[in-house]
Each structure stands twice: as structure tokens, then as C-alpha cells.
Design a binder for this molecule. Structure first.
Ligand code: SF4
Length: 439
């Protein structure tokens, strides 16, 4: 009797990785594999890795080390994602029991790589790096999120910001055709999803290989797919952010009134060192477009503090920008050097204690901005999509179109299902969430 083929997959890192894993899971199921919940139960153990943050590589090698004894039981190991691409064949030296190493730019070859693994090969690599023009498309995506369907519209990145590994680990920019994106959006709607999130390292650098639609037109077209009530997109680069995106948000109500536009620093000098290809003025012009839109667009951003050479004055520029934009959410991090990036050779002389201090000053200020921004919603009514329950508070947890977390009480004996919509009156505000009651 043939033994059952099983796999365990653990994902680290960003939303792109989480969605890649949905596609990898779908591909493996097509190859006759069943997904299991633990390393012990699996025949094939896969880690989909991330190298954006410090110590990501060590985390993966620790995990591999913890389970290497399972190799003797005949289990096979594979490392996927950014650490796989970055470390390449060195992984076979550090962890000789690993049989498969593949970066995301090679996932389209997974069926072939898996067949070689099954045939007993022990050093299989998919390390296309920046060579490939192809995207990883499959209709067998195993969607794990019960209420939001993800669609990758562009893979890779050509920006080469000096601190970032992505252009080296995910390859060059490759856009999918608008026809294939829209076909996937219709399939997602047919499955019952009402919210779609378009994904890419740099979504607004999207170039339709068929030459039919711009990014803003694609956004509008996805928003008009029957059954779709919310469309989000992430991540945008200020350099490629065009005014027609704001016009589309104004014109198509299903496009969410939230834009995540990473600024990274408010200092022109630091932005230049980061190779971000824009100035604070350029960035603020795009913010002004959004502030003059008919709809109230919520803004969020990413900021790196303590980039090599960041002076006290540069940091004050970032704080000034924070005060001007009044974001609803900021993801801020201390700079840490990533392998193989140009910033690695810059002198990183800012002590960790000073980086930590700047980060705390920024987060404290931002908390006050959010306290004030969120409290303005008190008394408003808004549509909230249910994401689950908040058992600690006995409330329903959901999200507004502006991507704000909303916890609310609901008078019904049975809680509304994830993915359903409720009209909520906002009665309270915290710096990171709203509270209310369903109407
Ligand atoms: S735009 Fe810059 S930060 Fe974003 S993925 Fe590309 S290189 Fe990295």
C-alpha cells in the first residue's frame, strides 16, 4: 500500500510570504499531499522564511536544528523564501539534512522540484534570483484567511533601497496580466469572499503585460467585480504613487479609504542615503492629494529610525513630518543591517541605546496623534466587517473600511460570522482601536 504523502509548512514574515504559502499549500495538495499540523506528523517539513528583520536566519537554523533528529526517521526538509534565496547552497553546508532550497522566484517549478525530491535527490535548488520573467500563478491557492482573499499582482522589486534585501531575494519586478488578476478576483468572489487585498512589494509599479490597464484602472476594475465590497492594496512606493489612484478611491466606493504609504524618514538627506528616490516635499505632495480627496482617506506608514548617519536634526525632520501628516498608524523600527545590502558598508555609529530612545520618542508622539485621530470617530456610524470574536472583552472584533480595528457589542444571541458586515455606532476610542455597539 502506498504511504500517504504529508507536509508541514511554517511561514515567517510578511503578507506576501503568507500568501505565497497559500499557493505552495495549494500546489502540494495538487501533487497529492495532505497538510498536517506538526513536524512530527509530516513526511515533508517546509519553512517559508523571511529575512527582512534581524536574526531571521538564526531563527530558521534554530528551528531546523530542533527537528533535525526527525531526518533519521526518513522525513525530508525544505527551506523556502527569502533566507533560502539569500543563503542559497550554503544552507546545505549548515544543515546537511535539508534537501530543498528555493527562493520565491522559483516556486512555479515546485511540482518538478517535489518530483525530484520524491525520486530521492537530496540537493535540489530553485535559486532563480533576478533571472526570471515569470510569475507564480496557480488556480489551486489554498486560501487560509476566511474573510479576505489575497491576490499577488506584481512580484519582485527594482527599487534597491539601500537597506532592503527584497530586490535580491524576490527577483526583478514581474507584473501579472490584468486579465489573470481579474479572473482570480472573480474566482474569489465566487468562493464567497467580499474583500480582496492586492499584493506586491511595490503595487503601484504595476505594468500590465497586456498593456490594457494602469494600476489605478486595475484597482477600479477589481472593485467592480460583482460581490466584492472592499478592495485594499499594499505596499505602495511614493515614487510610483500617482494621482489617479486617489481619483479611483474617490470614484469607486468599494476601494477602501486607507492608503499605506511608507515614508521611512522625514529627512531629505537620509532619504537620499536610503536611495528612496523622493524628497519629503515629493512625499507631502502625495499626502496633499489624499487630504484633498472627497473621501476621508486614512494614512499609515513605515519608518526606520537610527539609519546610519541619522543626526538629531534628521530625526527632528521625521518628527515634524509625523506632526504634519497625522497618520492613523505607524510601523516604526530601529535600523538593523541586512546581509548583502548597500547600507551594510555605511558606518552604523548610532548606539543601540540612542536608536531605542528615538524609537520611543516617536512611538510616544504617534500614540498621542492616534488618540486624537481615533477619538474623532466617537458618535459616528460605520460599516464594520466581522473578523472574529474578542473573547477577553466578550465583543465582536472587526475592521472598518479605513482599516481601523473596531470591537463592538452585538445584541444578538449568535455572534455574526467572520466576513459578514455590521453597522456600528462608535462609543469609545483608544489609540489603536474603536469600540461601539451594533445598530
Ligand atoms: S521598494 Fe525599497 S523597501 Fe520596498 S521592497 Fe523594494 S527595495 Fe525593499
Amino acid at each position: 500500500m502506498a504511504t500517504e504523502k504529508t507536509f508541514y509548512l511554517e511561514t515567517f514574515g510578511c503578507q506576501m510570504n503568507a500568501h505565497d504559502s497559500e499557493k505552495v499549500i495549494g500546489t502540494l495538495r495538487q501533487q497529492g499531499y495532505r497538510q498536517v499540523e506538526s513536524e512530527e506528523e509530516a513526511g515533508l517539513i517546509l519553512y517559508n522564511t523571511c529575512s527582512i528583520r534581524d536574526k531571521a536566519e538564526q531563527k530558521v537554523f534554530h528551528r531546523l536544528n530542533d527537528y533535525k533528529k526527525l531526518y533519521k526517521e526518513g522525513k525530508r526538509f525544505g527551506v523556502l523564501g527569502c533566507v533560502a534565496q539569500q543563503e542559497g547552497e550554503k544552507i546545505f553546508e549548515k544543515a546537511p539534512f535539508v534537501s530543498l532550497v528555493s527562493g520565491s522566484a522559483s516556486y512555479r517549478k515546485l511540482p518538478e522540484m517535489i518530483a525530484r525530491l520524491e525520486a530521492g535527490e537530496s540537493r535540489i535548488t530553485g535559486l532563480d534570483d533576478r533571472q526570471t520573467d515569470e510569475t507564480f500563478e496557480t488556480e489551486f491557492t489554498a486560501r487560509q484567511n476566511p474573510y479576505r482573499g489575497y491576490i499577488t499582482i506584481i512580484e519582485g522589486c527594482d527599487k534597491f533601497c539601500s537597506y532592503c534585501v527584497v530586490p535580491y531575494t524576490r527577483g526583478k519586478e514581474r507584473s501579472r496580466t490584468s486579465s489573470s488578476v481579474l479572473a482570480e478576483a472573480r474566482r474569489i468572489a465566487d468562493l464567497g469572499y467580499t474583500e480582496i487585498q492586492l499584493l506586491g512589494q511595490n503595487v503601484n509599479s504595476y505594468r500590465d503585460p497586456e498593456g490594457k490597464l494602469s494600476f489605478a484602472e486595475l484597482l477600479a476594475a477589481v472593485g467592480q467585480v460583482p460581490g466584492i465590497r472592499r478592495v485594499r492594496f499594499t505596499t505602495s512606493h511614493p515614487r510610483d504613487f500617482t494621482r489617479d489612484i486617489v481619483d479611483a478611491i474617490d470614484a469607486v466606493p468599494t476601494l477602501c479609504d486607507h492608503v499605506h504609504l511608507p515614508v521611512q524618514s522625514g529627512s531629505a538627506r537620509v532619504l537620499k542615503q536610503m536611495a528612496r528616490e523622493y524628497t519629503p516635499d515629493w512625499y507631502l505632495e502625495r499626502i496633499a492629494w489624499m487630504r484633498s480627496a472627497r473621501r476621508s482617506i486614512s494614512l499609515s506608514t513605515d519608518i526606520i529610525v537610527g539609519f546610519p548617519g541619522e543626526t538629531e536634526d534628521d530625526f527632528i525632520d521625521t518628527m515634524d513630518l509625523l506632526a504634519r501628516v497625522q497618520y492613523d498608524c505607524v510601523f516604526a523600527f530601529k535600523y538593523s543591517a541586512r546581509p548583502n545590502t548597500p547600507a551594510l558598508v555605511m558606518i552604523d555609529a548610532i548606539p543601540e541605546s540612542e536608536k531605542a530612545h528615538r524609537l520611543q520618542v516617536l512611538l510616544d508622539r504617534q500614540r498621542e496623534i492616534q488618540r486624537s485621530n481615533y477619538s474623532r470617530h466617537i458618535g459616528e456610524e460605520m460599516e464594520v466587517m466581522v473578523e472574529g470574536l474578542n473573547p477577553a472583552r466578550g465583543q465582536v472584533a472587526g475592521r472598518s473600511s479605513q482599516n481601523k480595528a473596531v470591537n463592538f457589542t452585538c445584541g444578538q444571541p449568535i455572534a455574526p460570522a467572520p466576513g459578514s458586515y455590521c453597522q456600528v455606532r462608535i462609543t469609545g476610542a483608544y489609540p489603536n482601536s474603536l469600540t461601539g455597539e451594533s445598530i
